[in-house]
Ligand binder design. Structure first.
Ligand code: ADP
Ligand code: MG
Length: 332
């Protein structure tokens, strides 16, 4: 059986990159990080709990990837460049095979983004994984939730709803069209759920172009709602303009709308930008090799109940769908 310190040394300690902003990594009481001059540190933490955020028997390589991906997605949504991260976790046992696969998935994604593991904490207990990421963003250029302006276009990166579709498959939800959601489709949608792609390059390319941004983790409606609330604006979204994931696109219209609007686990960016910046947004998306779709507009209006989000169909007719986003304490 591996000891705590052998485990850290074997799986989670590596030489620092050349030119790294990390002055001291794993092995002391603290790590030391030196952001570039003129930059602000962007810091975010996400915790993943077995049985809540992932199945306890989840593939460890994909799990390693996903734990860091959801954190990098928060940096992307701020337009921040990843620098480093810490990993605090509790594990039921020190299983070498599991740890090796987990570290592999985790560190492969970290290397892709030049994000270094600089410390953490390791204890025995129910499987629970908490990562804190550190990034940097030039002063006053962070893409904040409170910066949307009336008249802004609303954009979405990539596609929505395939992760939610995968979950529907695991749960055998009856609304699925079984003919189109076959084994191959389940696999593709499952990958979307287990191995999301954080849109880091797009976030960086949108600095100085986008006004507000958020990453879509709990479903578009709820996450866009945070922008509306913080920016004190309303919005109109065309449900039929939403980019449904390739597997969801084959499902019936009602399911397409629901899962694209309130799916969860998408890790796409929702951002706003002035209409005058459309060409700049498209150029940024090309430079980041990430598709973007214009899905609505920010308006001034909001009602007394809160900040109005109007959802319309392709003809502009209002849709009243009884859907809401995921919330840990109100959603079962
Ligand atoms: P402390 O006694 O200060 O809590 P630990 O003995 O827990 O320190 O950890 C020793 C070193 O190993 C520290 O630098 C810590 O940041 C690092 N570390 C612990 N767990 C991990 C992990 N899972 N991944 C990376 N570094 C870790
Ligand atoms: Mg410790």
């Amino acid at each position: 059986m591996l000891s705590e310190f052998e485990l850290i040394a074997r799986y989670f300690t590596r030489p620092l990159h050349a030119g790294s902003r990390v002055a001291l990594g794993v092995g002391d009481d603290c790590a030391l990080l030196a952001p570039s001059p003129g930059m602000q540190l962007a810091i975010s933490t996400d915790m993943l709990v077995a049985g809540r955020h992932f199945f306890p028997d989840a593939d460890p390589r994909q799990l390693g990837h996903k734990c860091l991906a959801v954190n990098l997605s928060d940096l992307a949504a701020m337009g921040a460049k990843p620098l480093a991260f810490t990993l605090a976790f509790s594990l039921p046992e020190a299983n070498a095979e599991w740890l090796s696969a987990f570290a592999c998935g985790l560190l492969a994604l970290a290397d892709r983004h030049g994000c270094e593991l600089i410390g953490g904490d390791t204890t025995k207990g129910p499987l629970n994984i908490c990562i804190t990421v550190f990034g940097e963003v030039p002063l006053a250029q962070a893409l904040r939730r409170d910066a949307a302006k009336p008249g802004d276009d609303i954009w979405i990166s990539g596609s929505l709803g395939d992760a939610r579709l995968a979950l529907a498959g695991y749960r055998n939800e009856t609304s699925l069209d079984a003919a189109t959601f076959d084994a191959a489709a389940r696999d593709i949608a499952g990958t979307r759920m287990h191995a999301p792609t954080p849109r880091v390059e797009l976030g960086l390319a949108l600095r100085g172009i986008a006004h507000a941004a958020i990453d879509i983790s709990d479903g578009l409606i709820g996450d866009l709602g945070h922008i509306l609330e913080k920016s004190n604006v309303g919005a109109t979204i065309d449900a039929d303009a939403l980019p449904a994931g390739p597997m969801l696109a084959q499902q019936p219209q009602d399911l397409r709308r629901r899962f694209a609007l309130a799916g969860g686990d998408d890790y796409e960016l929702c951002f706003t930008a002035p209409a005058s910046a459309r060409d700049a947004v498209l150029a940024a998306a090309r430079s980041a090799s990430t598709a973007v779709t214009r899905v609505g507009v920010i308006d001034a209006g909001h009602n007394l109940q809160g900040h109005a989000l109007r959802i319309v169909d392709a003809q502009g007719n209002p849709l009243s769908l009884d859907i809401h986003s995921f919330d840990h304490f109100t959603t079962s």
